[in-house]
Unconditional design. Structure first.
Length: 365
């Protein structure tokens, strides 16, 4: 029983209502709505400046006069809709907000056929974003680290290599020279199979790179960010979609993976910075000043950010490792008081600063 008096219950009730209404439509109307939903979803994801879409010519809706579903006609003069235009192109503005505003206007129309059609189209667009534009992944469970709210550490133990490969455990590749002979199953390493979508896992639990390069790791993080952005687009256009079990499963699986891998990428980049400082110090090229942009992953905004601070002011000052230690400690002290961060991002950044500090406390000679 859904309690509609709670926020979650209200969203669940609205979702089930829209789902039932969509299911009640004739198959040809459903296919039409799905085609228009693809147009809207593409416009949202590709940040287009202009989108044209149509409402169906007829729908099945509950009529207050007879208190039961019945087919009603949508006026031809109101079916064609255009959002955005040349002004958006000139100002580099996409149609996201304008599209939401137009759908809201249509749903508030006194014409029952228009309001119902707009609601159906909104539902179909959100469904398309969640179900058709995003791959499904493995069943996973994450736990939150101490002092954190978002679970991002896989609970499952590392699995041994298996002689039997499941579809979710491998990438299917077909040799171009032997087309038609079937697919080659390339299994993911056990560390990757602990996550929702193993194909985008670049680091293991010890921040060891599992793929060819840091550039590939950055591309994986970008893919995961796009995945989350598509989910955000779906909930933006139809907030009740968050009550959908598939939405919840995909958000949970990808959010934990993105935060985990984003942090690992930041730590790996910090190690590259440490190595570069050591190499430049050995070459004597750090005697004219040193400033750092230390990467960290902000789990509020789900993106890589940088802590910028000065280690040695510009001038003829000989580099001494203790300068890095002092600068890292001072930056950590500042970040502890910085209210712009949530507790988990602060903890992550201070951990990277601590790594930097330790790397130069007892420098390699």
């Amino acid at each position: 029983m859904v309690d509609i008096n709670t926020p979650d219950g209200h969203l669940r009730s609205e979702f089930e209502e829209k789902q039932a209404l969509f299911t009640a439509q004739p198959a040809i109307v459903q296919r039409f709505l799905e085609a228009q939903a693809r147009i809207l979803a593409t416009a949202l994801i590709e940040h287009q400046h202009l989108v044209k879409f149509s409402l169906p010519d007829r729908i099945v809706a509950e009529l207050p006069q007879i208190d039961q579903p019945a087919p009603i006609t949508v006026a031809a003069t109101l079916r064609e809709q255009t959002v955005g235009g040349i002004r958006n192109r000139l100002t580099h503005k996409d149609i996201h907000e304008e599209l939401r505003h137009r759908l809201n206007e249509l749903e508030q129309s006194p014409d029952h056929s228009i309001s119902t059609s707009a609601g159906l189209l909104r539902f179909a667009a959100a469904q398309h974003l969640v179900y058709n534009m995003l791959p499904s992944g493995r069943s996973v469970e994450y736990r939150a680290d101490e002092g954190e709210d978002t679970p991002s550490i896989p609970v499952a133990d590392l699995e041994p290599e298996s002689a039997i490969t499941q579809a979710s455990d491998a990438i299917a590749e077909e040799d171009k020279g032997e087309a038609g002979r079937g697919n080659l199953q390339v299994p993911f390493v056990p560390a990757a199979r602990r996550f929702y979508l193993p194909q985008w896992v670049a680091f293991d639990e010890n921040d060891k790179l599992l793929i060819g390069s840091m550039r590939e790791a950055e591309a994986h993080v970008t893919s995961m960010q796009r995945y989350i952005n598509i989910l955000h687009a779906a909930s933006s256009i139809a907030p009740y979609i968050t009550a959908d079990e598939e939405y919840q499963k995909k958000r949970y699986g990808m959010l934990g993976q993105l935060i985990n891998q984003g942090r690992a990428l930041a730590r790996a980049k910090a190690q590259e910075i440490i190595q570069t400082i050591r190499e430049r110090s050995a070459a004597g090229s750090l005697n004219r000043g040193l400033s750092l942009s230390l990467p960290y992953f902000d789990d509020q905004y789900l993106r890589m950010e940088f802590a910028n601070f000065e280690v040695i002011p510009a001038g003829r000052i000989m580099f001494v490792p203790a300068f890095v230690v002092r600068a890292a400690r001072e930056e950590a002290a500042k970040r502890i008081q910085d209210t712009r961060f949530n507790s988990s991002t602060r903890k992550h950044l201070i951990g990277i600063l601590k790594t930097l500090e330790k790397a130069f406390e007892n420098p390699v000679k």
